[in-house]
Ligand binder design. Structure first.
Ligand SMILES: *Cc1c(COP(=O)(O)O)cnc(C)c1O
Length: 229
């Protein structure tokens, strides 16, 4: 789709916010319970500053190297989360950059993060909800063990779950996966007594559906910044 004439980061953010409010209305949720993250991979510090000017404060990056060189050139008031796969040899570099690591998906990564964390570090467990072979994220059947593993660390705190469902052009196709992540969360909370309030799910194409299924954080790139080159 060609961008509509006069479309800017500001007008796109207005549209996203409006659609978030509508999805909250439809599902009887308080709009304060849904955080909008701008996923800024491949975007310049100037584009990020534009989004920050429009009031966005939460940003997501998927590569440690890119984030390390970019974050220092962005407004210092922003909160950054890692939403991409984290290799263990990049843990030390990643920790000082990000408030939250959303892509924790193995016991070995949990151990490495705990070893190098210098303070309390919130994490989300990334779940490969559809069991796709080529995708990162833990198998839903391993999730219980990973919650226990984080609870056994000195410095990590698990705040919830994150998922990237199979790509589908039709947003309704994502709904069952979002519902499954929420149900998995409910089950894990019941079994472990760990509150897992955060559900990071929904991207440009399907964030409205994700909100209807309980998302507390939506990760939006294209719908804010335009098409990636
Ligand atoms: C790129 C990315 C997004 C945003 O994708 P869009 O379709 O551009 O909104 C969200 N989450 C993760 C993990 C990503 O890598």
């Amino acid at each position: 789709m060609m961008p509509a004439e006069g479309e800017t980061i500001g007008t796109r953010i207005d549209t996203v916010r409006q659609r978030i409010a509508e999805a909250c209305d439809r599902s009887g949720r308080d709009v304060a319970g849904v955080r909008l993250m701008a996923v800024s991979k491949t975007r310049t510090p100037e584009e990020i500053a534009d989004a920050a000017e429009c009031g966005l404060t939460l940003f997501g990056e998927n590569k440690v190297q890119e984030a390390a060189s970019k974050i220092v050139r962005c407004p210092g008031t922003l909160e950054w989360h890692l939403v991409g796969h984290l290799q263990r040899n990049k843990v030390r570099r990643a920790l000082p950059l990000f408030t939250c690591i959303q892509s924790v998906d193995s016991r070995r990564l949990i151990d490495e993060l705990d070893k190098h964390a210098t303070g309390t570090t919130p994490v989300l467990l990334q779940i490969n909800i559809a069991g796709e072979a080529a995708k990162h994220g833990a198998d839903p059947a391993e999730a219980r063990e990973l919650v226990d593993a984080v609870n056994a660390t000195a410095r990590l705190e698990v705040h919830g779950l994150m998922t990237i469902p199979p790509f589908a052009p039709e947003p309704e196709k994502s709904r069952p996966w979002f519902a499954q992540l929420r149900e998995l969360r409910d089950r894990l909370t019941a079994e472990t007594g760990t509150p897992l309030p955060e559900l990071s799910m929904g991207m440009s194409n399907d964030y409205a559906v994700a909100i209807e299924e309980g998302a507390t954080l939506v990760r939006v790139g294209t719908a804010i910044f335009g098409k990636r080159k």
